[in-house]
Design a protein around this ligand. Sequence first.
Ligand SMILES: Nc1nc2c(ncn2[C@@H]2O[C@H](COP(=O)(O)OP(=O)(O)O)[C@@H](O)[C@H]2O)c(=O)[nH]1
Ligand SMILES: [Mg+2]
Length: 299
Amino acid sequence: MHFSLLPLLLNGDIKALARCISLIENEATNYEQLLEKLPATSHTQVIGITGPPGAGKSTLVNELIQLLLEQGKRIAIIAIDPSSPFNYGALLGDRIRMSQHFNNPQVFIRSMASRGALGGLSPKIIEVSDLIKAAGFDYLFIETVGVGQSEVEVAGIADTTIVVVVPEAGDEIQTMKAGLMEIANIFVVNKADHSNADEFVKNLRLLAHTRQRDNWEIPVIKTVATQQEGLPKLIDAISMHQQQITNNIERHAQLLTEKTYQLIQRRRMKNINRKTLQLEIQQQLTAGTFNLYRFVNTI
Ligand SMILES: Nc1nc2c(ncn2[C@@H]2O[C@H](COP(=O)(O)OP(=O)(O)O)[C@@H](O)[C@H]2O)c(=O)[nH]1
Ligand SMILES: [Mg+2]
């Protein structure tokens, strides 16, 4: 293991960060020891952004990055998007080049494949976000499509979860997936240039109000990402939510419990796969010796 990378990582060195991520993703020898040396605290605000495909999540993040760069922030992005794996590269690359930020260690972008057909987050997302936190970024945005399990999983990793929706015809709001309601700390109604946006925002605010919890009134922010409208308000809402959760040990412990649970689960299930199980079961069935409970005990 390349422990010489650690001081570089802690210093915010982007190449060292990329290298560490590869080591973790490839489960290089003793990779866990590197993780065990990561510092206990970090000031990185982890922001999950989820919502249906095409809602404008990537566009929003792109514009947020621009604004935050102007404030001198360092920003990391993880894009988990099975349909369009990567669209920051082009957009951001051009802009950064234009504004002479290119190759500047202010921005780190990484795309990760989603896991399985249900679109869960990549199995190493927890470790990778901890590496990014150790590298001292101010913000880590994790974009994930709000389908399948990834939206719930991202809420288990992010300090603040933003759910992006677009204005829909009248009744749709009632059928909004209950899951989205549970995980949203902030709602963004993007594409507010569409005609029925105000009505939609009004209804969503009413609905969000009924879901108020932890003394936090879920704000509903109207944006037109393509025209940079509403973005300062969104940044304010993010700051307000971060203030709200700072020093909330219970919430912090809750997030860490979720991560602990997932890591234990993954470790326990490590060498278990359905194909091998089925083969062994089939053999025992053929031999006429199969007993479900004895079999489970042998695993
Ligand atoms: N009219 C309108 N189009 C938008 C807005 N935001 C994004 N779009 C467009 O919607 C499409 C999907 O955006 P994208 O950011 O890729 O959505 P994602 O799948 O949620 O990441 C793109 O063509 C964007 O240009 C908006 O506020 N208004
Ligand atoms: Mg996208």
